[in-house]
Design a protein around this ligand. Structure first.
Ligand code: BT5
Length: 331
């Protein structure tokens, strides 16, 4: 049994035994139920213990005592009600970057919807070589592998679609306070609570695969952020005043993501533009937008179905598909 099969067995066993906490389950019966050897049930139990589950293994018996607060696939799948996204899912204790691993896996033919999560990242990436602060136990670092049947020019809007799925997830915890800053930031107040990194891989002018990564600050206190971002960043816990179950929130995000993604390859942001506009922190504002070494200043007036921002510059409409935005403060 390889690592992934063992994790799947651990997921199935846990799902079964946690329905009846403190009940004693015979290892032999579990082995028969899941069609495996008894020593494989014991190995799966050890996987669960490693993730921090309270499970008691007593000679030939197994008992569920308590859940873990780790961001494990077992725990996320317990809450997850999707069809494609997160089926399957692989969770790690530490990775350099979930996007990097997802990309390697996708290059090796992993199918659409597979999700990679990690408790922490040692080299979490933002856009343009920037880094994403990814400490353990407080955040969620998640990458989704997609193989949409559409042309590569339709991919840029996936970032704002993902930001919308995140915003709708956060709304439950911080109602009325969530904003999307085009093209890839989710804000609470003026501070960043999550960021999206979409990476597109093409082959002969067609999409081979896309990796959508998101980093979410969930239970950080302000002092958990390094000085460099302490004034820019916030977490859901800080704004809601409540500690949040990270696995449950991750499952909720993946459900929102699946809903939005379903129609994306066909109609891009058609069905979600109204909601994106309502969440947007930029529309109506005077902004400066930098793309490479070019810069323009104007009024952000709309977002179109491809996810591009429309800016009015000296009476003319300019459509831009990516860049860095700062809001110009009026005197
Ligand atoms: C982003 O980039 O906002 C995209 C972040 C994507 C991270 C996810 S985590 C899972 C997946 N695996 C990865 O390796 N990456 C993805 P950008 O717009 O370039 O913003 C980066 C900037 O945000 C940094 O330069 C900091 O100023 C700020 N920043 C870094 N860490 C932050 C954090 N935890 N919270 C808020 N702001 C942060």
């Amino acid at each position: 049994m390889n690592k992934i099969e063992l994790q799947t067995l651990a997921d199935e066993i846990l799902f079964h035994i946690r329905k009846k906490p403190r009940k004693i389950f015979e290892i032999l019966r579990l082995a028969i139920k899941f069609g495996v050897e008894t020593d494989e049930v014991i190995r799966a139990t050890k996987v669960l213990k490693k993730w921090g589950y309270g499970v008691r293994l007593n000679k030939n018996e197994l008992t569920f005592l308590s859940p873990t607060d780790a961001l494990s696939s077992t725990e996320i799948l317990y809450y997850l009600k999707t069809k494609i996204i997160g089926k399957p899912m692989a969770s790690f204790k530490s990775l350099k970057s979930t996007n990097d691993l997802a990309s390697q896996m996708a290059a090796g033919c992993t199918g659409e919807g597979e999700v990679i999560t990690s408790e922490k990242q040692t080299l979490g990436r933002g856009r343009l070589g920037r880094s994403w602060h990814s400490p353990e136990k407080v955040g969620a670092y998640v990458s989704i592998i997609l193989r949409p049947k559409m042309s590569p020019d339709k991919a840029p809007g996936l970032s704002i679609m993902t930001a919308l799925a995140a915003a709708e997830t956060f709304e439950k915890y911080c109602p009325g306070k969530v904003k999307i800053k085009w093209p890839n930031d989710i804000l609470l107040g003026n501070r960043k609570v999550a960021g999206v990194l979409t990476e597109l891989f093409t082959k002969q002018n067609k999409i081979n695969y896309v990796v959508v990564g998101i980093g979410i600050n969930i239970n950080q206190k302000q002092t958990d952020f390094p000085q460099t971002i302490r004034k820019l960043a916030t977490s859901l816990r800080q704004v809601s005043g409540k500690k949040i179950n990270r696995a449950e929130l991750t499952a909720e995000f993946l459900e929102h993501f699946e809903k939005e993604y379903k129609s994306y390859p066909k109609s891009q942001l058609g069905g979600s533009l109204k909601r994106i506009r309502a969440y947007s922190s930029l529309l109506g504002q005077t902004i400066t937008l930098k793309t490479g070494d070019k810069s323009l200043t104007g009024q952000a007036i709309d977002i179109d179905r491809t996810g591009a921002l429309i800016v009015e510059v000296d009476g003319e409409k300019v459509t831009v598909s990516g860049g860095e935005v700062t809001v110009v403060k009026r005197p």
